[in-house]
Design a binder for this molecule. Sequence first.
Ligand code: G16
Ligand code: MG
Length: 217
Amino acid sequence: NNKGFIFDLDGVIVDTAKYHYLAWKTLANELGFDITLAQNEQLKGVSRVRSLEIILDWGNKTLSEDEFNKYMAEKNDNYLSHIAQMDAGEILPDVPKILNYLQETQQGIALGSASKNARKILQKVDLFDVFQAIVDGNDVSKAKPDPEVFLIAAQKLNKKPTDCIVFEDSVAGVTAANSAEMISIGIGSKETLGHADYVFKDFTEIQTSFINELIKI
Ligand code: G16
Ligand code: MG
């Protein structure tokens, strides 16, 4: 048996949320306000453009289109300066264990991320070659919770959506996986991700026996 396993990037494979936060915080401070870690939670899985719109709302600021684009570019440059320092040590615990198992059992492995920097990050942490298909913020026209990103990933893996399993840490991402009729596995808390088919705190809680069950479904 052979299924498609689709991974979100930020919050599932690596914790880049902390670098997004640092970069957005710097930007907000420049505009004269601050953003909290709790606010940062609401930006997880959200596109770059939408994130800046939300942040400007929080600070009660409006920008011209030129300024908006300037701040977006500045934020990304700042973010990329953190990404440049990344290495395989930043892969979240037990993610390699599951990826290795999926490779050993010849499952399809894809990435489904909102980030336009996904390929760069996978290269930095030395996981680029593990993925048979990479679908990221450059490839989609509709952001999560729209299922587009995962449907394209399934297509690239040559799998039916119902034969795919998605690992996601964001509310919108789990909703997207459910709309795609895929099995959704939330990585995080049951309170936030209660709409997922299964929820685990992190990959240390996921056994290969559970992966086997998913492969047999
Ligand atoms: C990630 C993050 C979001 C970020 C988005 C776009 O998504 O969770 O906070 O705003 O990508 O990233 P970029 O600015 O690099 O294009 P995911 O889907 O991997 O969790
Ligand atoms: Mg995520």
